[in-house]
Design a protein around this ligand. Structure first.
Ligand code: HEM
Length: 216
């Protein structure tokens, strides 16, 4: 096996990652204004920005889900064995300088804990936000029902709870990005697309021949 700098995040992957990050920060900031947690911008402006950023995020999710399935990248998110080893590493091993228990490969870009976290993000937190968010957006369509007042209260509560789950995910995610070789190593990888990956000679020859992934 040889370590090579391989393009593991394609241009589209990096585009959706960073645009999703910007949109989620925007939605969190404006959502907290609507909720009443701060008054840094006017209420009406916050509602407007929140609505447009939410529509942009949902369009991005539709394209990215299509991309995940057509490229086969969805397999990266499947459950992997060895999650306890990764948890033990982040709780203890990292503090005493142990090596990371998982080796990155093109077919396994994420460790077991990452896959579980991203799967939760995509199947629980994301859908909880867009389902309740769409109900919220379409309130005018169901506001005439006798139960609309109570229902709106439940929708707002679930939406806010999911928003805080998203906030927690982001804080942990940002902390995790600082635990690479250097604090900015993983951020650089998500900007340039390249990271060091162990390749067998056969894999390296295959990638060079087919140009399936760029090697530096
Ligand atoms: C994904 C699609 C989303 C949609 C369609 C959506 C839609 C909405 C709507 C319509 C409102 C009510 C604003 C108003 O008064 O008109 C709202 C409020 C809010 N949103 Fe979103 N949103 C989405 C994503 C997010 C995300 C990603 C976050 C945070 C990370 C978030 C956080 C909040 C918060 C905290 C509120 C205030 C809830 C309250 O106290 O009533 N939203 N959202």
């Amino acid at each position: 096996m040889n370590k090579r700098e391989v393009m593991i995040y394609t241009r589209y992957e990096r585009f959706w990652h960073w645009s999703q990050a910007i949109l989620i920060f925007t939605l969190f900031f404006t959502g907290l204004r609507v909720h009443g947690s701060h008054e840094l911008i006017p209420f009406g402006l916050a509602v407007n920005i929140h609505t447009w950023a939410a529509i942009a995020l949902m369009v991005l999710w539709v394209f990215t889900t299509f991309w995940n399935f057509t490229t086969g990248q969805w397999r990266q998110y499947l459950f992997k064995k060895g999650i306890m080893k990764v948890i033990r590493f982040y709780a203890y091993g990292i503090l005493v300088g142990e090596p990371h228990p998982y080796k990155k490969s093109l077919q396994r870009k994420q460790n077991a804990l990452q896959s579980l976290a991203y799967m939760t993000f995509m199947t629980l937190i994301g859908p909880a936000l867009w389902l309740t968010g769409i109900l919220y957006l379409l309130y005018n369509l169901w506001s005439h029902f006798s139960w609309s007042g109570e229902a709106l209260w439940v929708v707002a509560l679930l939406h806010t709870a999911a928003a805080f789950a998203m906030g927690t995910f982001v804080v942990i995610h940002v902390y995790m990005t600082t635990t690479g070789k250097t604090p900015l190593h993983y951020v650089k990888t998500m900007i340039t697309g390249y990271d060091a990956v162990e390749l067998s000679e056969v894999e390296e020859a295959y990638l060079k021949e087919t140009k399936a992934a760029d090697i530096r």
